[in-house]
Design a protein around this ligand. Structure first.
Ligand SMILES: *Cc1c(COP(=O)(O)O)cnc(C)c1O
Length: 370
C-alpha cells in the first residue's frame, strides 16, 4: 500500500467482499476467440430484445430532466397489475439495487442471514457488505430445495432469508406446499422473508401465488421482480419490490439513492408492463428452445436440472471452468459455477436456436476430448 493510503481505514466488511461473478463482456470474448459472432449465454438476457412499444415510448424521452424519484406512475401501474397498494411497492435500479437496499434496511453487523447454495451471488454479497453472517443450505442431489434443512435453519430466526424461486442458478421453483412450509417455519421469529421472483414470468401457470401465500402466513415479506429478463430491459436497470406493508416499503426506499431509477427506465418499464402479449409470446418461444436444448443435452449424456427459467444448470461431469475456457475459445460465453461443491456445473442462458446448437456441439467436443 502506498504511503498516501497508510492510515486509510476502509469498511472491513466491504473490503473483504468476494467479487460478483458477472458474465464476460463481448469485447473480452472477441479477443479470446478471435471471432465476431459471440454467443452471449452467461447473463440470462432475452434474445428477442424487448417490446417495440418500449422503443416507441422512449422516442419522447427528455434526458435533461430529473426523473420522478418516487416512480409514481410506474408504482401505480405495478400496483394495479399486482392488485396491491402502490405504497407497498419500491422501484429499484434493477432488483439488484433492492437486494442491497433490503440488506441495508434489515441488517446490522453480526446478524444472521439464510440462503441456499448454489445461490444468486448478491443474496450473499449484500448481506456480507452489511456485516452479517451468511449461512447457505445446499441443494439436494436431485436438484431440489432441501426443505427440511431450510425449515430447521429458519427456526433459528435469521434476520433475513433470501430465496430465489424459480431458482437461479438451478432452475426449479417451489410449489405452493413448499412455500407454505418455509413461511410457517419463518413466521413469528422476526425474519424478513425475501422471495426473489426474477424468473417469475418463465415459471408457468403452476407457480404459487406468493403474494397470497406469504400474506396469509402473516410474516414480514418482500417479493422481488424485474424487467431485465422476460421483458428484455436488462440494460435499462429497473425492478421492483412488493413489501408486506407500507412501513417496510418506506424503510427499504429510505435505504436506496433518491433518483435511483432513471427516466428512460421508468418510461420503458411502463410500456413493457402494458404489453403483456409481447412478453408472453417471447416466453412461449423460449419454452420451446429450452425444451429442445435440455433434450439435446440429456441425449448427449449430461445431467440437466429441470428449469422454470430462461437458463439451464448442467452437470459437465468435469471442471466447468475448463469447459468454459474451451467454449470461450469458440466464442461462446457461459457461466461456470464457482461456489464450493458445485464446480462441476455450468449455467447456460437459452439464447437463439443457433446459439443452442453451437453451445451443445462445443460442449460435446470438450467432453469427448477429456
Ligand atoms: C437477474 C437477477 C436479478 C437481477 O435483476 P436486475 O433487475 O437486472 O438487477 C435478481 N435476482 C435474481 C435471482 C436474478 O437472477
Amino acid at each position: 500500500m502506498s504511503d498516501a493510503h497508510a492510515r486509510l481505514r476502509l469498511n472491513p466488511h466491504v473490503a473483504a467482499l468476494p467479487p460478483y461473478n458477472a458474465g464476460l463482456s463481448l469485447d473480452v470474448a472477441r479477443r479470446a476467440s478471435g471471432r465476431d459472432d459471440i454467443a452471449r449465454l452467461a447473463s440470462n438476457e432475452n434474445p428477442d430484445g424487448c417490446s417495440p412499444r418500449v422503443l416507441e415510448a422512449l422516442r419522447g424521452f427528455d434526458p435533461s430532466r430529473y426523473a420522478d424519484p418516487a416512480c409514481t406512475a410506474l408504482r401505480e401501474a405495478i400496483g394495479a397489475f399486482l392488485g396491491a397498494e402502490p405504497d407497498r411497492i419500491v422501484c429499484g435500479n434493477g432488483s439488484e439495487e433492492l437486494i442491497a437496499a433490503i440488506s441495508r434496511a434489515a441488517l446490522e453487523p453480526g446478524r444472521d442471514v439464510l440462503t441456499v447454495a448454489p445461490s444468486f451471488g448478491l443474496h450473499e454479497i449484500e448481506p456480507l457488505a452489511a456485516g452479517a453472517r451468511v449461512r447457505k443450505i445446499a441443494m439436494r442431489e436431485d436438484f431440489g430445495f432441501d426443505l427440511a434443512a431450510l425449515e430447521e435453519a429458519l427456526r433459528n430466526g435469521p434476520a433475513l432469508f433470501f430465496l430465489s424461486s424459480p431458482w437461479n442458478p438451478v432452475g426449479p421453483a417451489l410449489n405452493e406446499a413448499g412455500l407454505r412450509r418455509l413461511a410457517e417455519a419463518a413466521k413469528g421469529l422476526g425474519t424478513l422473508f425475501v422471495l426473489d421472483e426474477a424468473y417469475f414470468e418463465y415459471g408457468g401457470d403452476a407457480l404459487p401465488d406468493a403474494q397470497r401465500i406469504l400474506g396469509e402466513a402473516g410474516l414480514p415479506f418482500v417479493i422481488l421482480r424485474t424487467f431485465s429478463k422476460a421483458y428484455g430491459l436488462a440494460g435499462l436497470r429497473v425492478g421492483y419490490a412488493l413489501a408486506s406493508d407500507a412501513a417496510l416499503a418506506r424503510t427499504i426506499a429510505a435505504a436506496k439513492t433518491p433518483f435511483n431509477v432513471n427516466g428512460a427506465a421508468q418510461i420503458a418499464a411502463l410500456a413493457a408492463l402494458a404489453d403483456q402479449d409481447w412478453m408472453r409470446a417471447s416466453v412461449a418461444k423460449l419454452e420451446v428452445r429450452r425444451g429442445a436444448l435440455a433434450q439435446g443435452l440429456k441425449k448427449a449424456g449430461f445431467r440437466v436440472a429441470p428449469s422454470r427459467t430462461n437458463f439451464l444448470f448442467v452437470d459437465t461431469g468435469g471442471d466447468s471452468a475448463e469447459a468454459a475456457a474451451a467454449l470461450l475459445s469458440e466464442g461462446i460465453i457461459i457461466k461456470p459455477w464457482r461456489e464450493a461443491g458445485f464446480e462441476r456445473f455450468l449455467r447456460v442462458t437459452i439464447g437463439t436456436a443457433s446459439d443452442s446448437e453451437r453451445f451443445l456441439a462445443a460442449l460435446i467436443r470438450w467432453r469427448d476430448a477429456q
